[in-house]
Write a protein that binds this ligand. Sequence first.
Ligand code: UDP
Ligand code: MG
Length: 331
Amino acid sequence: MLLPMPLDLKTSEEKSTEISIVAPCYNEEPNIDYLFERLESVLDRLNLSYEIICVNDGSRDNTLECLIRHHVRNPAIKVVNLSRNFGKEVALTAGINYSRGAAVIPIDSDLQDPPELIEELVVKWKEGYDVVSARRRSRNEEGWLKKTTAKSFYRIIGRMSRVPIPQDTGDFRLLDRRVVEALEKLPERNRFMKGLFAWVGFKQTYILYDRPQRYKGTTKWNYWKLWNFALDGITSFSLAPLKIWTYIGLFISCVALLYALFIFMRTLIFGIDFPGYASLMVAILFLGGIQLITLGVIGEYLGRVYEEVKGRPLYLVRDSYGFTDNRTDKT
Ligand code: UDP
Ligand code: MG
């Protein structure tokens, strides 16, 4: 008599979906047809029940219409339409929140993450791993500037962060439901996914692959965005930039004390010496610079604390297509 229907529906669907693919899409209209063609052929071969959740991240072209067309053709393709562009990391989080599969696989919709690798990911998952990431074997397709900056970023963050953050892995990976649930417990707004994946731990492994060029369209990253991405990563996984100033300050004070002693002795022995304008200027400018940098670093952290404290929802959904149960935002 007391059978709550929606709950029943939900549990039956939860049981039946084995794989959830999550694809964030921002102006990817030319890639979508080909993406589904390849995804569906791989998933059909695997013979597992699946859902493909596409998150339309405020695209300005006809990505949404295209996605809905595919949803009508194949109901396993589901669409979450965000109210505006929220950025890839947030779109991914939205898609993961909507997913119900026993394993979740985030994938780029520009076909830089070859769908055929899903088979290998699933094999490792069946062997008992909770996180199987796809690691780029080479970055040959990228220019040396991108390569060296990426490399130094990973070296710096590797030194600073207490959890080791793996190099050359994007967001293309397989996550067991346990890991997804762990990720959902992390309330932070700033989603530096690579770091979060590393932070949650679990049984992890990886496979290697060569990353192809994007199929069509252009990348949405530029160096300014990458720089901010790097700052997000460092500030959310390390307090070193805040702490280092204590040591720099201490060092400068010690040197200043020695210098003061030296001046004192010199004045005692040789009397007052007028010139000294240059060294004074250098000291003032140098220390002024250091103080401004320190303030800037504190500002970076303070700004992020402010973002978190405001407690706004991570994203807003305008509408969704293909979700039978009442999946709501868990943010
Ligand atoms: N993306 C998104 N929102 C954005 C920017 C990108 O959902 O604001 C998606 C994009 O559609 C693609 C993935 O994130 O599926 C990776 O984007 P992109 O190819 O531009 O990045 P790159 O591969 O150059 O790192
Ligand atoms: Mg890409």
